[in-house]
Design a protein around this ligand. Structure first.
Ligand code: FAD
Ligand code: MG
Ligand code: MG
Length: 322
């Protein structure tokens, strides 16, 4: 019998992203509860409309600290630590730049250089002041804005996994549009992994470079090809370099991270994207539990290591490098 014969799929659009849930039982009620949970976190974390807890913090920039929900506080604390790593490409305070580029939203354009430098001055993660006792967050300068777009989907994918576990569901898959979290394997038979496609950059949605197989792991991809616009013959994508204010420009088209928790995958895709292949592989050599698949612009697929997944190349125009 085909592997997918007993898989029930449920879909929704939340956080501006297609959401897909796969279960091994027909359970509309459970799917509804999962989508409600995602909506709950979207309402807390969004920066695309008010009110949300993060928007409340942004509106109070330069004025006063804002007490937030403990879960939101912990996520912001985690995002701040990632932002303060040496030479980190991740910056939770990148909001002013995201808002002026508007990449992936209507009206995206290349901002004037002086606007980029003015906004860059409002993105220091050191000026995000946290108070562990109050669970409050204070942005010290007016005009500062948090943006958790690079971490929130991962955090939410993990909460969905935890919720499903609490409902005694130990097999399934949630895809939050680039953040895939798998529970167990892909069949009631033990040892059947889930297959997650590695997308071919700038190709159709079903056009794959290859397939990643995992069980009970998260697979997160960040790429230059999902949200971008073209101006004067040049492509501008949505992962910004916190040191320049412009999209990160290196040899990479995408980075995929396989890890236990999707929040780590989300943070590490951005960190590793900023490092490039060589430095990224060197860094991950000391990080058991976090593994990367790099796709380069010159059509190489580089694997940092392969303890957590297997990868099968399908597109022979790409070259697999160990
Ligand atoms: P990742 O590579 O994981 O993250 C890229 C995103 O992180 C960028 O889009 C930007 O928001 C931010 N970012 C850019 N550079 C950096 C950096 N150096 N450090 C840290 N962060 C950076 N999309 C819509 O179109 N409409 C919506 O209403 C909408 N609502 C959302 C609500 C929530 C709660 C979340 C989490 C996302 C929402 N999105 C929405 C999608 C959002 O705008 C981002 O496009 C998305 O989160 C990017 O995720 P990713 O995994 O594709 O990319
Ligand atoms: Mg990310
Ligand atoms: Mg992401």
């Amino acid at each position: 019998m085909p592997q997918e014969a007993h898989v029930y799929s449920y879909s929704a659009v939340l956080m501006g992203s297609p959401i897909l849930l796969k279960l091994f039982q027909h359970n509309e009620h459970l799917a509804h509860q999962v989508f409600r949970l995602i909506k709950h976190y979207e309402n807390l974390l969004t920066v695309n409309r008010s009110p949300s807890e993060v928007m409340n913090i942004n509106h109070a920039a330069g004025l006063h600290p804002v007490v937030v929900n403990p879960a939101v506080y912990q996520l912001i604390k985690c995002a701040k630590s990632a932002s303060l790593l040496p030479n980190s490409a991740f910056n939770l305070a990148i909001g002013p730049l995201v808002k002026c580029w508007k990449i992936g939203f209507q009206g995206s354009s290349v901002p004037p250089a002086d606007e980029i430098s003015t906004r860059l001055a409002l993105t220091s993660p050191h000026q995000v002041i946290l108070d562990d006792e109050q669970h409050s967050v204070f942005l010290t300068q007016a005009g500062m804005e948090l943006d958790l777009g690079a971490i929130a989907k991962g955090y939410i994918a993990d909460r969905v996994r935890d919720f499903l576990h609490s409902q005694q569901v130990f097999q399934g898959l949630i895809n939050l549009g680039g953040n895939v979290q798998t529970l167990g394997g892909a069949s009631q038979m033990r040892g059947t992994p889930w297959s997650v496609g590695l997308k071919k950059p700038f190709a159709g949605p079903d056009d794959l470079i290859g397939v990643i197989e995992v069980e009970g792991k998260s697979v997160v991809t960040s790429g230059t090809y999902e949200r971008w616009f073209e101006f004067a013959g040049k492509r501008y994508h949505h992962i910004l370099d916190p040191s320049t204010g412009y999209p990160l420009d290196n040899e990479l088209h995408s980075v995929t991270i396989v890890s236990e928790d999707s929040v780590d995958g989300d943070i590490w895709t951005t960190l590793i994207y900023g490092m490039g292949v060589e430095q990224g592989c060197a860094c991950l050599a000391n990080k058991p539990g976090i593994e990367a698949i790099f796709v380069t612009k010159d059509r190489r697929v580089v694997l940092s290591s392969q303890q957590l997944f297997t990868f099968t190349l399908q597109d022979s125009s790409y070259q697999l490098a160990p």
